[in-house]
Design a protein around this ligand. Structure first.
Ligand code: ZN
Ligand code: ZN
Length: 214
């Protein structure tokens, strides 16, 4: 499996290209303001990306979706509960002028808990993890989890931004949906470095017990 991480923008948001090395088919996760670099990398690798899947619709993850859709001729996948966050993009663009004018992309496919998104010989399984936003999802591909802003190396996402629910729900999502995965599974977050499920289970203070929320 090919995994390319392209961080970009003022929030250093990670966009991921995930593809089958054999068939060259792949998906694009969270194209933000670094969309031009992402598109160049897709071209350089000779990949056929027909699906854009967002972990959630905050501006730093979604500012480049419309352009990527147009250039790649790809379909856009999002959880239905994330639609209000997507529709708030123009408002967010006013608050964060560094993103410039942001078009709201049309959602082509709604994805929910347990859905499968196929590319080449791989399948991305949708895990609904509300907390950071109502419609945040994580994607499980083989032994890798693309965790968006739900889980970071040593931390977790904020719940006080557009669409955020509660810290209690976020931690519940992480504990019941992600920490049940095998320790050696890799975690590719929406910001910052990669980690593993085992490392976070052992040492993430929000999960390992340092902070009591229940
Ligand atoms: Zn976010
Ligand atoms: Zn983010």
């Amino acid at each position: 499996m090919i995994v390319r991480c392209i961080p970009g923008g003022s929030f250093l948001t990670n966009s991921y290209i995930v593809a089958d090395e054999e068939t060259k088919e792949g998906i694009l996760i969270d194209p933000g303001s670094q969309v031009d670099e992402v598109l160049e990398e897709i071209e350089r690798l000779g990949l056929n990306i027909t699906k854009i899947v967002n972990t959630h619709a905050h501006i730093d993850h979604a500012a480049g979706v419309e352009k990527a859709k147009r250039e790649l001729g790809a379909k856009f996948y999002l959880h239905p509960k994330e639609e209000p966050v997507l529709l708030a993009l123009p408002e967010s663009a006013l608050r964060f002028p560094e993103f410039g004018h942001v078009d709201v992309p049309e959602i082509d496919v709604y994805v929910e808990e347990g859905d499968s998104i196929e590319f080449g010989n791989y399948t991305a399984k949708v895990i609904h993890t509300p907390g950071h936003t109502y419609g945040s999802i994580c994607l499980l591909v083989d032994e890798s989890v693309f965790s968006g802003d739900t889980l970071f190396a040593g931390s977790v996402g904020r719940v006080d931004l557009t669409g955020g629910t509660s810290m209690r729900e976020l931690i519940r999502s992480i504990k019941t949906k992600l920490m049940v995965l095998p320790s050696h599974y890799k975690v590719y977050p929406g910001h910052g470095p990669f980690t593993t499920i085992g490392t976070e289970r052992r040492s993430n203070p929000f999960i390992a017990g340092g902070i009591v929320l229940f």
